[in-house]
Design a protein. Structure first.
Length: 232
């Protein structure tokens, strides 16, 4: 009788364990740590999909625009304080946080400063137009107030600053040469009469010092003979 009771009790315990084990496996990892499951079930692509859905939501449009231009925004606590939805998402779904941090790390490792800057300009087309007209605008003391997103980008991407300084310097040199050409009425007339040549010289003013180039353009050779100071 006792033996029969023991078998019955053992069978009941086995049935309970068999029922609980799949549920435990669904809720806990192999190391016993609990993870949150999405409505669709957790897999390696869940974090990426959840992040993409978050960025696509209308209420997150402004953040998505800034993030696409400057992924490093997530490391600036001052900016992140404005985006409570992002903080909540990261707190509720640490897998999404880890995914995003890894993407930003790859961005910093694999993206050259010029590419970073172009990406930021694409996210801010109105500023891009002003920058192309006046590259030194990035050194404006009012940049923080006038263009907070651009100022934030420069602050969180310090490797871009040397590129911007170099770009502004090259642009200034080009503008100086253009003013020199425009200030000479003879040169202005010559350029107007030789538009193709003028285009080449604007793109590469040092061609006036290239003998082969000059000899292939008799009009330019004649002009330089009469205006030797046009060389530099």
């Amino acid at each position: 009788m006792k033996y029969r009771s023991f078998v019955t009790l053992f069978s009941a315990v086995a049935l309970i364990v068999g029922t609980l084990t799949p549920a435990f496996a669904q809720r806990y990892g192999s190391d016993g740590s609990e993870y949150a499951r999405s409505d669709e079930g957790y897999d390696s692509g869940d974090a990426a999909r959840r992040w993409d859905r978050f960025l696509e939501q209308e209420e997150n449009h402004n953040f998505a625009q800034q993030y696409h231009g400057n992924p490093n925004i997530i490391h600036d606590s001052r900016e992140m304080d404005q985006w409570t939805g992002v903080r909540e998402l990261f707190n509720d779904h640490p897998d999404v946080r880890d995914y995003v941090y890894n993407k930003v790390r790859e961005y910093n490792q694999d993206t050259r400063p010029a590419e970073k800057w172009n990406r930021e300009l694409e996210a801010n087309p109105s500023f891009a137009d002003r920058f192309h007209q006046n590259p030194s605008i990035v050194n404006n003391s009012n940049l923080e107030n006038d263009e907070p997103q651009i100022a934030e980008f420069i602050r969180t991407n310090p490797d871009v600053r040397p590129y911007l300084d170099s770009y502004a310097s090259r642009s200034s040199d080009r503008n100086d040469r253009d003013r020199d050409y425009r200030g000479d009425s003879d040169m202005d007339n010559f350029m107007n009469n030789h538009p193709n040549l003028a285009r080449q010289l604007r793109e590469n003013p040092s061609l006036v010092n290239n003998d082969d180039f000059v000899n292939n353009h008799p009009g330019l050779r004649e002009y330089l003979r009469n205006h030797p100071d046009a060389r530099f």
